[in-house]
Structures are given as C-alpha cells and as structure tokens.
Design a protein around this ligand. Sequence first.
Ligand code: DP6
Length: 300
Amino acid sequence: MKTATATAHSNIALVKYWGKRADAPPALNLPAVGSLSMTLDGLRTVTTVAAAGSDSFSLDGEAVSGKPEQKVYAHLDRLWASAHETPRPRCAVTSINHLPTAAGLASSASGFAALTMAAATAFELDLTTARLSEFSRMGSGSAARSIFGGFVRLDAGEAADGRDCVARPLAGAEDWPLRLVVVQTTRGVKPVGSTEGMQASRDTSPYYQPWVDTSIQDLDAAQAAIEARDLPRLGAIVEHSCFKMHACMMATVPPIVYWKPASLGAIHAVWAAREEGLHGYVTMDAGPHVKVLCLSLIHI
Ligand code: DP6
C-alpha cells in the first residue's frame, strides 16, 4: 500500500436525511429518504492513511479510542475487502479537522469522505466518484454527499445492495454563490447522536412515516429551485424540511429536542430580519446551532 492524503469538505443538508431503510442490512447504512446538501468550503477534514505496525487513529493530534476508532477500522476493512482477499495491512490514520474553533459542527461527513478517499488511494483501489460516495455513505450517510462540491443530491434508491444510493452534483459552488452563516448557540457535544436518534424516531415517532413519505416532494422541489436559482423558493423548502424533521424528532419517545433557547431566539431573529427584506432562511441539524442560508452580500 501507499501513503495517501485526502481533503473533504463538510456539507449541510438543505433537504434533510433522518432515518434508515428498515429492510436493508445495517452495514450498508441505507437512508430511508433522499437528501440534498450544500458543501461548505470553510469546513474541511484532511486525512492521511499510511502503513504501520498496528492500527491507530488520531484526530487533531490526539489518539481516539472506543466506538469512533472501531468505526474507522471497520471502514478500512470494507474498502480493503472490496478488492482483496488477503488480510488488510495495519494502518495509521491521521485526521485534522479544519473547523472554526469550537463551532460544534458535526464532522462525520467530511471525516468519512476524506477517510474513504485517502484509504482508496492508499489501497490503490481506483474507484469512481459514485463508488467513493457509496463507500462514504456506509461510514456515515451524510458523508456520501461530501464527495462533491456545490449542491449535491443523494437519492435513497431502491436496489437491495444500495448501488443506486450514491450522491450526484446538481450545480457547482460557482454557479450560485450562496452562503451559510452558522449561529453557534451553545458549546459542548450533542446529547443524542444522529445514528441512535434516527433509530429511536423510526421506532417510536408517529410522525416518522409521514416524514419519509413526503420527503421526495421536498427533494424534487429543492432541485427545481436550485435549477431556477430561486432563493425564496429554495428557502421555503429548506425551512419546511428542517421543521418537519425536528417535529419528527420531538415526537420521538423519549423526545429528542436539540433546540436551546438561543436556537429559537436565532430563528425568530432571522424571521424578523426577513420581514424587513433579508433573504435568510434557517436550518438546524442534530444539534442546537442555527444555520442561515443567504446570499453572499448581506448585513444582519
Ligand atoms: C440531521 O450522516 O450523521 O445532519 O448515517 O447515522 O452517520 P449516520 O448519520 P449522519 O446524519 C445526518 C443527519 C442530519 C441531516 C443531514 O445531514 O442530512
């Protein structure tokens, strides 16, 4: 094997992914709904995979242990096993997250996309972007979208093996220079991780099935709004998808409420500014921070 380094950028979903297909093997990590995202040039992960005497994983200079470490090795195993029958060589994985200090933003999207690209090159796999997206998805669903820049759509697909659940670019970042302003509302880690939260919503939320059933409309409408470069139209879908997902989360038993008082304050501040003519639209993920989709030249 070779030593390889790859960079991947994080992304934020404009049409959200929340829930996994119940009929598929968990290892494929197939989403129950498609999603659509915007890749962020300001947030990135740089990962190096090199041969070593034993497996190790360090993030921002610190050794990582437990579940996150095991997920990284399992990802290396599946990439290696896709082309080899021999045991996988031991690897040193070194990742650096370039995120604004303490932004509290999830990095699994850029993390698994960078790991997939670095390991594929280190193992000399020569994968297409579709296969890179497919492997990234197995690490983390949102990572499938970070293989591309700009606006990216990931369809849920129907194939039992997930081959048709790969991301594709809709438009480049330069085609429509939108911005995403992150309002950091708290510090610290989120209480419920996405993977377990999705599982709980699927098992207990009465809004889960309606959420799944209506997602395709949002995807198609968002894609059309991007093609038309129509921000008010896209913004309305972005907010609808976000609040529908959070309604599904909140109706989970026990409830999953990521919002903090400051989150609601930020949402209302954006809406008040919108009354005065600002084209800003809010979205939130599995955490308390509020992200505002807007044009590049604005003053809040
Ligand atoms: C709310 O991709 O982190 O950010 O596939 O279980 O790793 P796993 O989940 P993950 O979930 C992201 C959920 C979300 C919405 C989104 O990014 O689409």
